[in-house]
Design a protein. Structure first.
Ligand code: C5P
Length: 321
């Protein structure tokens, strides 16, 4: 027997992404990098439970009432490890407190909805996506919280539309707006301008987490990109429309041919282990790393560096919008 619908609680999956293509067009005056990147959601996912409830009287006036529990799956034979929570300050640490992007997302939504003084939120996050891995786990978790609160808003007495989620997402991080949409999308700007595009055929891929994280700011810092050329903005509309049909119905051979990632070289400079691991032409890097992927379901050849490093490739699948 199914339980009755509950309009105060939602349990949603927050999928990981890979970058099918990532081109850095140049460095911007604000220090960010202008991108042309194609993102694709995949079936590896965190689980986010979001409950809306009245604000507790014990919370100091003016402070948002967001309670957060971080859960970890016991590592199974098939999953990459979730980030370690030791307080070492490295990129694999998933914050278990108000620094976590899920809490920041809930606070941003409550503030924009003008509900801080009457509504509280409970969040339970079960991590499966490794952190510092270029898979967008934290960004996806944050977007999923925004989507859940939007869907639960009538429980907080919001009639009609709630706050616009796009600017809230963009303020939380460059990849967060993509996860409001998911599937296959072309992302430009610092990543926050999202254009959904025709999806490739559903495809298999093999994913390997090399056991160390790579901090995204360090990779961009090692890039030494030239300043953004003036013609970029002029050329962009034509490039967006070209991408709009390039991927439609593509198979893995086509995806492999379209792959490019300008963050591979700086990631190698940040973690020298990646030089060997990325030496096989069919092994790709997702975003700023450290996750490696291959299209299809054939494991890397026995001669590849990944075999020597006894990397465990786990089979995954693309996930549609
Ligand atoms: O936006 P987000 O918090 O994901 O970015 C993390 C860091 O990555 C930024 O502080 C910046 O150093 C770098 N970054 C960048 N250009 C982008 C996206 C991120 O330089 N388009």
């Amino acid at each position: 027997m199914s339980s009755p619908p509950d309009d105060t609680r939602l349990v949603l999956e927050a999928p990981a992404k890979i970058n099918l293509y990532l081109e850095v067009a140049g460095r911007r005056p604000d220090g960010f990098h202008e991108l042309v990147t194609v993102l694709q959601t995949i079936d590896l996912a965190d689980r986010v439970e979001v409950s809306m409830r009245p604000r507790r009287a014990s919370v100091p006036p003016g402070a948002p009432d967001v309670a957060f529990t971080l859960e970890r799956d016991a590592p199974s034979g098939d999953d990459p490890p979730a980030g370690d929570a030791s307080p070492s300050g490295d990129a694999s640490v998933v914050p278990a407190d108000a620094d976590n992007l899920v809490v920041r997302a809930a606070v941003a939504w409550l503030t924009a909805a003008d509900l801080v003084d009457r509504t509280g939120v409970d969040l339970v996050l079960r991590k499966r996506i490794p952190a510092g891995a270029g898979l967008g786990g934290g960004s996806s978790d944050a977007a999923t919280v925004l989507l859940a609160l939007d869907r639960l808003r009538t429980a907080a007495g919001v009639d009609g539309p709630g706050p616009d989620l796009q600017p809230l997402a963009a303020a939380l991080g460059s990849d967060v707006p993509f996860f409001l949409v998911g599937g296959t999308a072309l992302c430009t700007g610092r990543g926050e301008h999202v254009v959904p595009i025709a999806e490739p055929e559903p495809f298999d891929l093999l994913l390997a987490f090399p056991g160390f994280p790579v901090p995204t700011p360090a990779v961009y810092g090692a890039l030494d990109a030239p300043a953004l050329p003036a013609q970029h903005a002029r050329d962009l509309p034509a490039r967006i429309s070209a991408w709009a049909d390039r991927l439609a119905g593509a198979d893995v051979a086509r995806l492999d041919a379209l792959y490019r990632n300008d963050l591979e070289d700086p990631a190698r400079r940040v973690r020298s282990e990646l030089v060997d691991l990325l030496s096989a032409p069919d092994i790709h890097l997702s975003g700023s790393g450290s996750t490696l992927f291959l299209y299809g379901s054939q494991p890397p050849s026995p001669r590849s560096a990944c075999r020597h490093a006894s990397m465990r490739f786990v089979r995954h699948r693309s996930r549609k919008r």
